[in-house]
Write a protein that binds this ligand. Structure first.
Ligand code: NAD
Length: 488
């Protein structure tokens, strides 16, 4: 029964490229397979774009730009609002599709739709609020007019871990600002984007305004688009090394760029924390999306006086987690995305244990089918362990004890990354000091999740450039013009 529902849904997802308002096969009819990480089975074959397809997609975005950028903001907003409404109607289909191709439990897939959908509503509302300014120059000899203009055709590259939200977080502000786009989802999870672009077509997005390229040749396809002088903006979410390579390519065309890159979030628990709140916050900050989030807490820096108790409580809760395919009732821990992710979690835990840490629960990969790793807690992690430097991207909660506030800050900031931090304390003054001292673009104070469409999401240091969401998000797709009109 379930399988029938899944097959019917998969049959509804367009398996081709969407270019200039048409669903087309890739040049040479090449295809790539999409698999379910919980079973390892291929679920659908879809078009595999080549550089020639990439050029066609950019042609379409360039051709559609003059008309879309001149479309009244209210009309663009209404298209986004229709898309938001359609997403609510198709919520269960999108949730199931994400669980099939990415593995996250259905309940989490539904939360992602709630979060991701808000970008459509928020930026639809923002579209009509883009304003400039007007005033005399200080010398009183002329008027200064400052206006905002759509940047132009944009290239959007998204990762596999939040297949819907990463797409809406880029497409919605771009369309609201009057830009046209080519989007390239990760080859591991392209189905959600394809089905979402179908939804945008149904919502009335005109031909060429949104184009989608699915490909197994990300580097070659992307380079063609990024090096084309007609492209005006690159927005990328993914790993820091790929972000660096793309920034180098973008430099030759002085492209505007937004970079949402990797993280290594500290989660600091002080001795004055409410431990119940800290444990709840820790479980969601660590195990949401099976730890596969750029915002996932990576290092649990816990005051020595409460470290054992904190470890005991999280271990007890983690032992209750049900592991399985995300479609099964009650599952909290789904599969990791692929074999490499399992190998990485295994290696990081092995290294931490070799250097003196203790595993209190989990600690091993689970035999197939599917790519599963046990939810794991590791205590007493020693300085120098790889797990403190690397993004774990798996269900491993690593605890490092500390003695003083200064020491906690030193450990927390000792990373090239600066995306998000979490702090648990009941002291207002300590919380305020943490806001000043933690080198991250976002912070959760007694909160284990911070993402919100109304807030500026983004990182410091090697975690990226620019912001998505909030008032700031639409400005990533706008450019400023200043005009001086001489007084008559
Ligand atoms: P990734 O860098 O391997 O891939 C991201 C995207 O880039 C995919 O679409 C991929 O196909 C494409 N890509 C890969 N190599 C490319 C190349 N040479 N040229 C052009 N495109 C290329 O990252 P991933 O494994 O898909 O995602 C996980 C990473 O993303 C983690 O580091 C995570 O922290 C980060 N991430 C960041 C945020 C954020 O908002 N800061 C959000 C989600 C994920």
């Amino acid at each position: 029964m379930t399988e029938k529902r899944e097959n019917e849904l998969l049959a509804k997802v367009p398996g081709r490229l969407f270019i200039g308002g048409e669903w087309r096969s890739a040049v040479g009819s090449r295809e790539l397979d999409v698999s379910d990480p919980a079973t390892g089975e291929v679920v659908k074959a879809i078009s595999d774009a080549s550089p020639a397809d990439a050029r066609s997609a950019l042609d379409a975005a360039v051709a559609a730009f003059p008309s879309w950028s001149r479309t009244p903001a209210r009309e663009r907003a209404e298209v986004l609002r229709r898309a938001f409404d359609l997403l609510q109607e198709r919520k269960e289909e999108f949730a199931l599709l994400m669980t099939i191709e990415m593995g996250k439990p259905l309940a989490e897939a539904r939360s992602e739709i709630a979060y991701g959908g808000e970008f459509l509503r928020w930026f639809g509302e923002e579209a009509a609020r883009v304003q400039g300014r007007y005033g005399s120059n200080p010398e009183g000899t002329g008027r200064m007019i400052v206006t905002q203009h759509a940047v132009g055709p944009c290239y959007l590259i998204t990762p596999w871990n939040f297949p819907l939200a990463m797409a809406t977080r880029k497409i919605a502000p771009a369309l609201a600002a009057g830009c046209t786009v080519v989007i390239k989802p990760a080859a591991l999870t392209p189905l959600t984007t394809l089905y979402f672009v179908k939804l945008l077509e149904d919502a009335g997005v005109p031909p060429g305004v949104v184009n989608v390229l699915t490909t197994s040749a990300s580097a070659a396809v992307s380079e063609v688009v990024i090096r084309d002088p007609r492209l005006r903006k690159l927005s990328f979410t993914g790993s820091t090394p790929v972000g660096v390579a793309l920034l180098e390519q973008a430099a030759s065309g002085i492209l505007r760029t937004s970079m949402e890159l990797g993280g290594n979030a500290p989660f600091v628990v002080f001795d004055d924390a409410d431990l119940d709140k800290a444990v709840e916050g820790a479980l969601v900050a660590k195990f949401r999306n099976v730890g596969q989030a750029c915002t996932a807490a990576n290092r649990f820096i816990v005051h020595r006086s409460v470290a054992d108790e904190f470890a005991r409580r999280v271990t007890q809760r983690v032992e209750e987690f049900k592991v399985g395919r995300g479609t099964e009732e009650g599952v909290v821990i789904g599969p990791l995305i692929d074999d490499r992710a399992v190998a990485k979690a295994s290696q990081l835990v092995r290294d931490a244990v070799t250097r003196g840490a203790t595993v209190t629960t989990g600690g091993s990969a689970i035999d197939g089918p599917g790519t599963f790793y046990q939810p794991t807690v590791v205590t007493g992690v020693q300085p120098g362990s790889e797990i403190l430097r690397e993004e774990i991207f798996g269900p491993v909660l690593a605890i490092i004890p500390f003695d003083t506030e200064d020491e906690a800050m030193r450990i927390a900031n000792d990373t090239e990354y600066g995306l998000v931090s979490y702090v648990f304390t009941e002291s207002l003054s300590r919380g305020q000091r943490m806001i000043e001292r933690l080198e991250t673009g976002m912070m959760g104070l007694n909160a284990g999740v911070v993402s919100n469409a109304a807030a500026p999401f983004g990182g410091w240091k090697s975690s990226g450039l620019g912001r998505e969401g909030g008032f700031e998000g639409i400005h990533e797709y706008l450019q400023t013009k200043y005009t001086l009109t001489a007084d008559p």
